[in-house]
Design a protein around this ligand. Structure first.
Ligand code: PRX
Length: 629
């Protein structure tokens, strides 16, 4: 693994990665344990699309995450686990202990019928057992599909059905701040319509009583007591599936993004070492393992790098808004990676929550998930980093597997709001709406990538055509990210946000279409349109326009019922912040909703609606403007 150590070395490596990508990535891949070396580094085209890395190579990613480290750092802590409630005892797992737990749980999965290639759904709180379950799947060659614990039964069943899981790993419940949230109960409800699931493995966390269905449900603890500790790593082809992770798009149901073993391993490790310039010390990423950031930069990359990390169960504001800073001091965290929405919330809480803490162990700060506004960047820099820690604003996506555009900590000169420069191996290109390349600096357009990198999405599970249409058809020959982007006079990249109908709410990616279809399940709603609007803390808030057929309906109860409906269909993260009840939506003569107008009204830009002459019924706009929230 080449760890870049100066900006000029970055430039040299970057050029080499473009001029000789296969040589460049073969050299990075060579550092890992392969059971058989690959025959071909890269085979690709963006038309089918086909992306294959290190074909013919055989490996198991957990051997590289765990076994490889045992001799040298078996007694080093791999994970510190910090519980939701600071008065509960924390846990630490060394590499040796983690290896043993993963092997045992691998056997538990096998004892419950899991085989190589099976899909296993993991729906758990942020406890060490979540990471153990993920790694145990990889150990035995099963494909994990982690579903974020905040999703509803309906969202969970959709994801289980889509990839035909045969096992679900869950917990009785989850602690989040002051609340205990049921999980097993949600699984039970979801499974009413998931006949493929034969076994449910239940961890005890909240000690709430749960129903155990005989023959189907087993307890984590009982199963682990009986499991053998020896679990040889399954031999995987480089292009065998490692995991599926569902993410929202602009249309239809969430899609199952597929990542494979070899390329994902090589790229996540490479990006981790270089972006964070990780050099020992304690690393903490505050994401949830239910999202890609947690997969890549809590579970896989830090373990591949032999790092010591913190896994945190709680939330930034419980018991108070000093919780993050307290955890940093407690574990002497040197690399801290969080999301702008958390930074903004903690900034709003005030400096009194920061002052009691030293924060002097910090060396590198990271940001991920959404554009970071300049004010939040400066606050983070001044009050947390004490102007002494480089901030890496890392841009990437579920589909990219790892960070693509980011400063390298301490090497790349940073600029607030800018993800700065592409990592070696990443060839960004900006295009206009017709697909023409915008050359040179000082341009703004749609962000695409023109050459594959090892952890690029391989397909969308069960529907390759969807993968093609979503990412490779808009601008033929290019991977289209869905993001808008500026390249400034220095050649620095600044992501401006999504250019499609995907919202980014507190760093969570939510499709407008998904929220609309959830709202439309309400009996009194005939149609709805959902748009995002700027929100001080969440980055974007959700604004819903709904048409209600029941003229006698009380608006407050309607709003409450809509929120309940969205919570039921998707989960609380997708609840609209504002719901405006309207009698019509602005549509073109061909029946298309003009979202541009709805967005403007939601943003409060009433007097700047642009051309509305093509509308079927321009009067609707007046009503919407007058009733704006
Ligand atoms: O719009 C971009 C935004 O988050 C989207 C990807 O969301 P998801 O797949 O859930 O992955 C989030 C974590 C990697 C992107 O299309 N995004 C992510 N990071 C940044 C960002 N926008 C601006 N700056 C970032 N650093």
């Amino acid at each position: 693994m080449t760890k870049i150590s100066s900006f000029s070395e970055y430039q040299t490596e970057y050029n080499r990665s473009v001029n000789d990508p296969e040589g460049f990535w073969a050299e990075q891949a060579d550092k890992f344990t392969w059971q058989k070396k690959w025959n071909k580094v890269l085979d690709w085209n963006f038309e089918d699309p086909k992306m294959k890395w290190f074909e013919g190579g055989q490996l198991n990613i957990t051997e590289n995450c765990l076994d490889r480290h045992l001799a040298e750092r078996g007694d080093q802590v791999a994970f510190y686990w910090e519980p939701n409630d600071p008065s509960e005892k924390n846990i630490q797992l060394t590499y040796k202990q983690l290896h043993a737990e993963v092997c045992k749980f691998g056997n538990v999965l096998k004892n419950n019928g899991a085989k190589k290639g099976d899909r296993i759904c993991i729906y758990m709180p942020m406890v060490p057992e979540l990471a153990i379950a993920v790694l145990a799947c990889a150990r035995i060659g099963a494909v994990h599909s982690v579903v974020f614990g905040g999703f509803s039964a309906s969202a969970l069943s959709g994801r289980i059905q889509d990839c035909d899981c045969n096992i679900v790993v869950t917990s009785d419940g989850a602690f989040r701040g002051a609340k205990a949230i049921p999980m097993k109960e949600t699984v039970d409800e979801a499974l009413e319509i998931c006949p493929s699931v034969k076994k449910v493995i239940v961890l005890e966390r909240t000690k709430t009583s749960v129903q155990m269905i005989s023959g189907r449900d087993v307890k984590w603890k009982d199963e682990m007591t009986n499991a053998a500790t020896d679990c040889p790593a399954e031999v995987m082809d480089s292009e065998d599936m490692l995991f599926i992770l569902y993410t929202s798009g602009s249309t239809g149901k969430p899609k199952g993004v597929v990542h494979t073993c070899g390329g994902y391993m090589v790229y996540t490790h490479y990006s981790f070492e270089n972006v964070f310039q990780y050099n020992g010390g304690v690393y903490w990423c505050t994401a949830d393992i239910g999202w890609i950031t947690g997969h890549s930069y809590i579970v896989y990359a830090p373990l591949l790098a032999g790092a010591t990390s913190v896994i945190f169960e709680g939330v930034p504001t419980y018991p108070d808004a000093g919780r993050f800073w307290q955890v940093i001091d407690k574990y002497k965290v040197s690399t801290f990676y969080t999301a702008p929405t958390a930074i903004r919330a903690l900034e709003a809480a005030g400096l009194d929550f920061v002052k009691p803490y030293k924060l002097d162990s910090l060396k590198v700060l990271g940001s991920v998930g959404e554009p970071i506004n300049e004010e939040a960047w400066n606050w983070y820099n001044e009050n947390i980093g004490k102007k002494n820690c480089p901030i890496v604003d890392t841009w990437w996506q579920t589909e990219t597997g790892g960070i693509l555009i980011s400063p390298l900590a301490g090497l790349t000169k940073t600029k607030p709001g800018y993800a700065t420069l592409p990592l070696p191996g990443i060839q960004p290109i900006l295009v206009d709406d017709k697909g023409n390349e915008l050359k040179g600096n000082g341009v703004e357009g749609n962000l695409c990538i023109k050459f594959p990198w090892p952890s690029i999405i391989r397909t969308t599970f069960g529907d390759h055509e969807r993968c093609k249409q979503n990412y490779f058809a808009t601008y033929p020959g290019l991977y289209f990210t869905g993001d808008g982007c500026k390249r400034d006079e220095d050649g620095y990249y600044r992501i401006t946000g999504r250019v499609d109908d995907v919202m980014n709410v507190s760093g969570h990616r939510i499709g407008t279409a998904e929220v609309e279809s959830a709202i439309n399940t309400h009996i009194d709603i005939v149609e709805s349109a959902v748009v995002a609007y700027p929100h001080d803390i969440k980055g974007q808030g959700i604004y819903a326009y709904v048409i209600c057929t029941n003229k006698n309906k009380d608006h407050d109860s309607l709003r409450r019922e809509i929120l309940a409906e969205v919570t039921k269909v998707i989960g609380p993260i997708a609840k609209p912040d504002k719901i405006q009840i309207v009698s019509g939506l602005p549509k073109t003569r061909s029946g298309k909703i003009m979202r541009r107008i709805l967005r403007k009204v939601a943003e409060g830009e009433m007097n700047n609606l642009g051309d509305i002459s093509t509308l079927l019924d321009p009067a609707v706009v007046e009503e919407i403007k007058n009733g704006a929230l």
